[in-house]
Design a protein around this ligand. Sequence first.
Ligand SMILES: [Zn+2]
Length: 485
Amino acid sequence: MALDWQTCSRARLTRDARFDGKFYIGVLTSGVYCRPICPARTAKEENVRYYSTAAAASEAGFRPCLRCRPECCPGTPAWLGTPSTVARALRLIGETGLEDGGVELLAERLGVGSRHLRRLFLRHLGATPSAVAQTRRLHFAKKLIDETHLPMFQIAEASGFGCVRRFNASIQKVYSRTPTQIRKLARQRAVQPQDQYVFRLRFRPPYDWNSMLTYLAARATPGVETVDGNSYRRTISWQGHHGYFEATIDESNVCLVVRVQFGDPRSLFFIVERIRSMFDLNADWTSIVRSLRGDRTLATLVEAAPGKRVPGCWNGFELAVRAILGQQVSVKGATTLAGRIASTFGRAFAPAAGLTHLFPTPAVLAEADLSRIGLTTARAATIRAFAKAVHQGHINFEGIIDTQNFLADLVQIPGIGEWTAQYVAMRALGEPDALPTGDLGLLRALGLANSKDLAKRSEAWRPWRAYAAMYLWNGGDPLRGTMVA
Ligand SMILES: [Zn+2]
């Protein structure tokens, strides 16, 4: 990791929240590891060691601190100084966990040898892939113990331990306490209604929540998503179960408060990770702002509204359909069309205020008569072809190894051009460097004549070009520049 001892030391002594999740502090005298923001008394420098990941601190024999709760910190920014193989591996571990014997499989999917992958992990993260996956499981289990009333056997399952005995043994070994003892220590808030869970998801400040909400509100598919007051809410569907979640910012501006209603607790890990990525909670603002400030236009915009994030999405398929609908019509027009798609072809489901439908599945849209809702023949054909490709597994939004290959597949579909592909990369794949260089709004904001000039100018913003786009659009519309029909 590209952090030196002095930076860590300074961040630790000032409890700098911008570094939360970027490194961990092992305290020799207490045997615990902490986040930079730990409220406990600051240890002497000679008694601390710094680790780039929680897994590395754990491998070195430190226990997670019960006060600052390392399981609650923002995710490790995977790309920070790590080669792309490690970043991809971390993304896959994040999406699916790592089943038994999973390292071999993981290495195979990434096209490298498993010994090489282990070496890369040790060099860049200080821990093996299995240790990283194990730490994630433990952290999520701890979060469920502290923040929900789920019975322990369900937590064991939800956090991927398989059986209760393994779960108990792992918790006992790491925390020197049983799961039940840990739960007694947690000051639990009010009991939630059945199947409802409230999570507090941390980010590294600043976070411009208003601009996130404004962006999502303009594009919210009626009936499927809604923004009211200070919260965003939507219906969700995963592996045959349905539910919804609602997200808002905590008063003290340090985390999102997310309420999830979902019948199957085994999916909570997936749901929480997906929400983290949708709201771009792992972003490392200090690194982003450093490269954007170099551009005079961006510097002014960043100064005026620090903490903008790239809005992601709940479901890549849905986002891509929305992007296709947005071709050559206004944001408002596209939102109306998306609402018609949802109410005509989606399944009725009304779990909370403002929500009436689930977004239709690829299987349904592949066969849908889209001319009924006012789509042009060409646009209807594009959506059907895209839905069919996803339904048949030719295009898959889960576990993407290689963004470039994925995008190449996407533009094979007639009617999906470079602009749409880059927009999908930005929002559905969370690709921080994606940039629709043909976008007229971006060209106009910078007074540039063509996409070549934008490509050249944006070299300096790498690897954060998606954030630059958010600033340049600044709540305005992406303007679909050079596109295929
Ligand atoms: Zn601590």
